[in-house]
Design a protein. Structure first.
Length: 242
């Protein structure tokens, strides 16, 4: 299965991940980006963040935490996000798009640089701090206020919410397994091996992962022998383009 990969870089200043990320993920999926990794949350001053809240967000959304570990100074967080983005752009050619989430409009030069490198750039910002010229630097742009409103409007029943959360965890787990195999130069992952890896996640240990479930989640199964379902695998494509 060929994936359209989008990296997410989250400027944590004045924004909480749980306020917008659920709706942002849906918006990115609608743009046909199904592999939303890496997810980096950039933090400048850990002392100003509630530890319990931070831990919940990191775990739920599988965010990689990047800290400046320096005296708090203006633009220090911005510099770190620039470095993280360019490092990914130069070292991971499989990333087709970058989503920059920020409450301010400090990433114009980064957006231009990444677009010149042939990347699709998606911006997320505040209506109060984002002008039209800044928005035009991005291929797509979403407002934080609108993402928050969408989250408030959609209130699923507890049962549906629980199922949706489990399906999201399952998809995230499978995507992580696929990325790990890709990074290890594996061109495919067999269904049986995938099931074994998924069961290593405590919350999914009792889940019966059928081939029909994988197809329903959008994964394309191929077979070494069409008459034998046990030969099913997901084609990844290794770093050599095979």
């Amino acid at each position: 299965m060929n994936h359209n990969q989008c990296a997410i870089l989250f400027d944590s200043e004045n924004i909480k991940p749980h306020e917008i990320l659920d709706e942002l993920f849906k918006s990115l999926n609608n743009l046909n980006y199904d592999l939303l990794y890496p997810r980096k949350m950039i933090v400048n001053d850990l002392g100003k963040i509630k530890k319990a809240e931070l831990s919940d967000d990191l775990k739920k959304y599988r965010l990689d935490l990047s800290c400046t570990y320096a005296d708090v100074r203006k633009n220090l967080l911005d510099f770190r996000l620039y470095i993280e983005a360019l490092d990914l752009a130069y070292t991971q050619n499989n990333i087709e798009a970058f989503c920059i989430v920020s409450n301010d409009a400090d990433y114009a030069e980064l957006a231009i640089k990444l677009r010149l490198m042939g990347k699709t750039i998606i911006g997320v910002g505040s209506k109060a701090t984002t002008n039209e010229d800044y928005q035009k630097l991005f291929n797509h742009f979403y407002f934080i206020e609108e993402l928050k409103n969408q989250k408030e409007v959609v209130k699923p029943s507890p049962k549906k919410k629980k199922q949706a959360t489990k399906d999201q965890l399952l998809s995230d787990t499978i995507n992580t397994i696929i990325i790990n195999n890709y990074n290890n130069h594996k061109a495919r992952i067999y269904y049986s091996n995938l099931v074994s890896e998924v069961k290593k996640v405590p919350a999914l240990a009792k889940l019966k992962l059928t081939q029909d479930k994988l197809i329903k989640l959008g994964y394309n199964l191929e077979y070494e022998d069409e008459k034998r379902k046990e030969t099913a695998y997901i084609k990844i494509g290794d770093k050599n383009g095979n």
